[in-house]
Design a protein around this ligand. Structure first.
Ligand SMILES: [Zn+2]
Length: 506
């Protein structure tokens, strides 16, 4: 096996220490235009690689939802402002001032949410998603029965939506077809879940895998091309995943080692791009990051050990690439894994403390240089459990020098751009899909509010109500509703989900 050197390259940005990271401030001023609005707008992605356009079925085209007096956080960079929003069918049709608002409020055919100053924002997005991870020992996933694994995958898809996530980018599936099958079930309206771009098993070199039971092995340029073609033609993936570097928890596979050759990376990317699919890569090692850039990998995960040379290269190609660090994995492994039997000492000895310190420094430098860095946290391991996805936004603020507004822009408009649908997802704007959350709190004041599911009062996807919590129905002492609906009329009766026939041609 070819493994490139682990000699560290020179790094000119300030390293951080774990003690400093622990002290890092979560309170940041939210004033001023978020810098990454321009970074995202400047992206020039290859239109040839536009993913297949998926629609979620089931929304009645005549259904109407009116949200009154919301604090609208629209993800354009504008400071939040008070206003109303009208949704018809799948899309937002009016924002700020809604024509005929008074009549609409009285119309029994319109579902009304009284926001009373609560924050209305786009649903969140995750740039590194594993629906198929079990929240425990990944080594057992290879042996998990397909039937149980389907249920697990459906459950975590729903968990993303329950957590306010309406967009996810698949970063590898433990069995080849799970991601694609659940994506199609979500789009058919059969199971609840976010908009999703599916992956298959990650591709690794023999002896270069992270978890063998959930890996597809390939070697040499032709070997790479053949697995990539299989994933695209037989599985129906949207993304192809290469596992190029190690991971220190595997002990024998250092995060500073790169297992791929230039020829293999070039072949994998070329084959995927020829089929109009994008490539994402697990790339912690310095050499794996520069290899990704040289060969046009579209989405680089982790990028922990990038050096000066790699940073300059990334800056030059910043209009074409996304960095998704999955920083919560490093944070969790350094700080939270002890409860699961992976001690601080083991994590430190394996190099996670050092990796977190250098990764944070590098990612801060990327944000400073206008490189698009997106949340997406490798959730679904024991100490990065499903449902805690919005921790990533806190890390972006606390560790990576994002303002809360910038963290939200990254998770909304940024992930929409990653899905190559920035023109219709990720913002509260007329014409955009009605994927939004009504939050009881101000995430610009306290970004951690997004981690509290009890504060996600209303979750909408594709113009349909996924969740409307009890606060939307509760009467106060005077007999009127304290917040939310002014009647308990339930519009689902009038505009039921438009279901396709039960019979399917499986
Ligand atoms: Zn991952």
């Amino acid at each position: 096996m070819t493994t490139t050197t682990r000699t560290p390259g020179s790094v000119s940005w300030e390293p951080w220490t774990l003690a400093e990271l622990n002290k890092a401030n979560t309170e940041k001023a939210s004033k001023g235009t978020p810098r990454n609005v321009a970074f995202i707008e400047n992206l020039k992605l290859d239109p040839e690689l536009q993913p297949k356009k998926y629609e979620i079925a089931g929304t009645h085209p005549q259904s109407k939802i009116l949200i009154t007096d919301a604090k609208i956080l629209d993800s354009t960079g504008r400071e939040p402002y008070r206003g109303d929003v009208l949704i018809q069918g799948e899309r937002i049709v009016a924002v700020g001032e809604v024509p005929n608002k008074t009549e609409l409020e009285k119309d029994p055919g319109v579902r009304v949410f009284k926001a009373k100053g609560r924050t209305l924002m786009s649903g969140l997005g995750d740039g590194h998603t594993h629906f198929t991870w079990n929240g425990g020992d990944l080594n057992k996933l290879g042996d998990l029965g397909v039937e149980e694994h389907v249920l697990l995958t459906v459950k975590s898809a729903q968990c993303f939506l329950d957590s306010g996530y309406t967009m996810c980018f698949g970063a590898a599936s433990a069995k080849d077809r799970l991601d694609a099958v659940v994506r199609d079930a979500i789009n058919a309206g059969d199971v609840p879940g976010p908009r999703y771009l599916a992956n298959a098993r990650e591709i690794a070199k023999p002896d270069g895998d992270l978890v063998p039971g959930i890996t597809a092995f390939a070697e040499g340029a032709e070997g790479m091309r053949s697995v990539v073609r299989h994933n695209i033609e037989n599985i129906g993936v949207d993304n192809v995943k290469l596992s190029m570097s190690g991971e220190d928890i595997c002990e024998a596979r250092s995060a500073q080692d790169c297992f791929f050759t230039d020829e293999e990376t070039a072949a994998a990317v070329d084959e995927a791009h020829k089929h109009k699919k994008r490539v994402c890569a697990h790339a912690r090692a310095r050499d794996s990051v520069t290899m990704c850039i040289r060969h046009g990998v579209d989405v680089i995960f982790h990028a922990s050990y990038v050096d000066d040379e790699g940073m300059d290269m990334l800056e030059k190609t910043k209009e074409k690439q996304f960095i998704v660090p999955a920083i919560n994995w490093l944070w969790g492994t350094a700080f939270d894994a002890e409860a699961f039997g992976y001690s601080h000492e083991a994590a430190e000895k394996a190099g996670y403390k050092r990796e977190l310190e250098v990764a944070v420094a590098g990612l801060r430098e990327m944000h400073r240089r206008g490189i698009v860095v997106l949340p997406g946290g490798d959730y679904g391991f024991a100490w990065t459990p499903h449902g805690t996805y919005a921790r990533d936004l806190e890390h972006f603020v606390k560790l990576l020098d994002f303002t809360p507004h910038e963290a939200i822009i990254a998770a909304t408009a940024g992930v929409a751009a990653l899905l190559m649908r920035g023109n219709e997802l990720g913002k509260i704007q007329p014409g955009y899909y009605a994927d939004c959350i009504l939050v009881d709190g101000d995430p610009l004041e306290d970004i951690t509010v997004l981690q509290d599911h009890s504060k996600l009062d209303v979750i909408l996807i594709n113009g349909r109500v996924h969740k409307a919590g009890r606060k939307e129905y509760i009467m106060d002492s005077s007999g009127s509703l304290s917040v939310g609906l002014d009647s308990t009329k339930h519009l689902e009766v009038d505009f039921p989900q438009v279901n396709p026939a039960m019979q399917k041609a499986y």
